[in-house]
Write a protein that binds this ligand. Structure first.
Ligand code: IPE
Ligand code: IPE
Ligand code: MG
Length: 247
């Protein structure tokens, strides 16, 4: 259900300042768990719960695309037990959430190299993508075994191949068509939780003019209220894109 302008105003927001594309580095699950004397797996589980509300609010407030970092190419360095937990959670996530996501017309797409994951994870993701492919609501991209450098290399190869076929030089558009985010607007707002202030190989090209928002809150504690704070901060930024006029 989409919020009316009045409802958005009640949150201190307005439709004209809602970002079209939000990207989130969902960080701090492990530290959240540690602070409670729990296993890291409990943190990842709590992280899934946090994501549910953020997808909901994105969809209801009129965000067009939401890209979330769930597993990076570098995360493959983690112990096999933790990777196993994350794979299990992914399967469970798609099984449990797919009905509600589909009802809300969310279109799910994974970005990254899915082929590395076990068959059952791939099947769960592909099923969710197929089932929601025609949906016209929020475009939800879930980054899985995603790394921006690998994505850029892939897009360069794509652009070169397309251009070679047509006997011409590769152009910016060819390159952009080879990115996982082809067809989406560039990222307007990047959020990273847990106090880390780095990009960690996420959407390096797409973030060119994004506003960056860092918060100390660990991902499992990133509630709708925290999201509204980020969106409010975004609305106050003066985006000049190299020019002189504000907004
Ligand atoms: C983010 O939380 C989730 C993944 C990278 C899968 P972390 O697992 O990185 O949590 P911290 O950074 O160790 O607290
Ligand atoms: C980035 O978090 C990747 C995800 C949130 C999936 P990390 O916890 O892996 O990042 P670094 O290693 O601290 O930079
Ligand atoms: Mg981390």
């Amino acid at each position: 259900m989409k919020y009316t302008e009045k409802e958005l105003n009640a949150f201190g927001l307005a439709s004209e300042s809602i970002p079209r594309h939000v990207a989130i580095i969902m960080d701090g699950n492990g530290r959240w768990a540690k602070a409670r004397g729990q296993m890291r797996s409990a943190g990842h589980r709590a992280g899934v719960d946090a994501l549910r509300d953020i997808i909901r609010f994105s969809s209801d407030s009129g965000v067009e695309a939401l890209t979330v970092y769930a597993f990076s190419t570098e995360n493959k360095k983690r112990p096999p037990e933790e990777i196993g937990v994350l794979c299990g959670l992914l399967i469970e996530y798609f099984k449990k959430e797919i009905d509600e996501l589909d009802e809300n017309r969310v279109r799910i797409k994974s970005i990254g190299d899915l082929s590395w994951f076990p068959e059952n994870v791939q099947a769960a993701v592909l099923n969710a993508e197929a089932r929601t492919a025609e949906n016209e609501g929020l475009k939800l991209n879930i980054a899985l075994n995603y790394g921006s450098q690998a994505e850029i290399v892939r897009a360069v190869k794509y652009a070169a191949a397309v251009a070679r076929k047509e006997n011409r030089e590769p152009e910016k558009e060819d390159f952009e068509a080879g990115l996982y985010t082809a067809g989406l607007p560039p990222v307007d707002l990047l959020i990273r939780t847990s106090g880390e202030e780095r990009i960690s190989n996420f959407l390096l090209y797409q973030l060119a003019y994004a506003e960056l928002y860092f918060t100390d809150v660990y991902w499992p504690d990133f509630t709708k209220e925290e999201y509204i704070k980020a969106l409010t901060a975004f609305a106050k930024r003066s985006r000049r894109f190299g020019g002189l006029t504000a907004k």
